[in-house]
Design a protein around this ligand. Structure first.
Ligand code: ADP
Length: 394
């Protein structure tokens, strides 16, 4: 299948897309339709000739925006469409060809991701209506972590909550962890080993990968568990909910908003969820920004140390995501907070490996390796889509 695969990531008011050719060296057309359904809806992106564009969508809904995107892409139709779907529950352990039964199953799984799966499905339906004959594949954020053993995915809660309601840890960012761990296995001489991956973007998660399989990860039933993120708290005492309810009379909705939208780097710093802004403010000794970065880095180190228990052997740590790929000072602080791991950072390589560069940042001693690998979730979704369709042609 030589033609490009169209990758669609549909949110409640946005559609992110990329037309991914098979050859990774070829350029991609990509873009983002935002604020769908309201007057100032816009489509921004990069054209076939590599030029940036921005056009108004005049209150377009998802289906109308998809039609504009397809017109903009021009050329022959893609070979297939790969859709990012947030939650695949326990049913979906890998990329899956979309048919009516699969659509229904994604809908049912929506109870576990009420904000995400229904929005993802809007994108699937709009694309199915425009391209009824084209193969369409669902690639799940949770699927890569379906290899977790029960000791990693079960909460210490009554068994019936798991058996009857699917309450367990699922993990997210699967396409990113799959891509990055696959890439380090390809690049390192310690191929097929034990890796810890830190995906640090607006959402943040860690993952332990042993011989290409996820064996533990920091996110859980929802993407709120684990690390400090842009606006999400990550781990808190589960007793916090009852405390806020009793002492402040807060509703569950209020607490959910607090933990998802008002916490994390934003909550700690009091000024921003954006690491660039916080690094600037910390350089000017803003106490909130300094504390936010300190807590952020410490919690990453603590999570990596915890996840290392799941690996028979630690071959290295890989940083990815907007912060992991660019914030060399954050990487240095995380490594500094793991003094007993025998890690040796090369200050020069660390400072130089930024802005989308891929490379090793350790000082080359016997200890675990340190890598920066820019993530490519769209590339991974396109890859899995191609792979599935070549294994099971229509
Ligand atoms: P998303 O999870 O939405 O895909 P990204 O992976 O793009 O987000 O990560 C966004 C984060 O990366 C933001 O906190 C941003 O400040 C941070 N970031 C991007 N570039 C830099 C940089 N040069 N230095 C520090 N942080 C950066």
């Amino acid at each position: 299948m030589r033609d490009p695969v169209l990758v669609i990531n549909c949110g409640s008011s946005s559609i992110k897309y990329a037309l991914v050719p098979e050859d990774p060296a070829l350029p991609r057309q990509s873009g983002l339709a935002e604020r769908l359904g309201v007057n100032d809806a816009r489509l921004k992106g990069i054209d076939a000739d590599g030029r940036e564009f921005s056009q108004p969508l005049h209150g377009a809904d998802h289906a109308e925006a998809m039609a504009v995107i397809l017109e903009r892409l021009g050329g022959p139709p893609p070979a297939a469409v790969g859709h990012r779907i947030v939650h695949g529950g326990e049913r979906f352990t890998g990329a899956t060809r979309i048919d009516p039964a699969v659509l229904r199953a994604i809908e049912t799984t929506g109870a576990l991701a009420p904000l995400h799966n229904p929005a993802n499905l809007v994108g699937v339906r709009a694309t199915l209506a425009l391209f009824p004959a084209l193969p369409q594949v669902a690639v799940f954020d949770t699927a890569f972590h379906q290899s977790l053993p029960p000791r990693a995915y079960r909460y210490a809660l009554p068994q019936h909550l798991y058996a009857q309601h699917g309450i367990r840890r699922y993990g997210f960012h699967g396409s990113s962890h799959a891509y990055v761990s696959g890439r380090v296995d390809h690049l390192s001489t310690r191929a097929h080993g034990g890796w810890l991956v830190a995906h640090l973007g607006n959402g943040c998660s860690t993952c332990a990968v042993w011989q290409g399989q996820s064996v533990d990860t920091s996110m859980g039933l929802t993407p709120l568990e684990g690390l400090v993120m842009g606006t999400r708290s990550g781990d808190v005492d589960p007793g916090l909910h009852a405390h806020l309810g009793r002492q402040l009379g807060w509703s569950l909705e209020r607490i959910d908003t607090l933990l998802n939208k008002e916490s994390g780097l934003l909550g700690l710093s009091g000024i921003s969820n954006d690491m660039r802004r916080l690094e600037q403010a910390a350089a000017e000794h803003h106490p909130g920004a300094e504390l936010a970065i300190e807590v952020f880095c410490y919690r990453i180190a603590k999570s990596l140390a915890a996840l290392s228990c799941s690996l028979p052997r630690l071959d290295g740590i890989v940083f990815t995501g907007g912060i992991g790929e660019n914030a060399s000072a954050v990487r240095a602080r995380v490594i500094e907070a793991l003094p007993h791991f025998g890690l040796r950072l090369s200050a020069t390589a660390n400072a130089e490996t930024v802005g989308g560069q891929e490379g090793r940042i350790d000082a080359g001693a016997a200890g675990p390796e340190l890598w920066v690998i820019p993530t490519d979730e769209e590339g991974q979704i396109a890859f899995e889509t191609r792979q599935l369709l070549s294994e099971t042609p229509a």
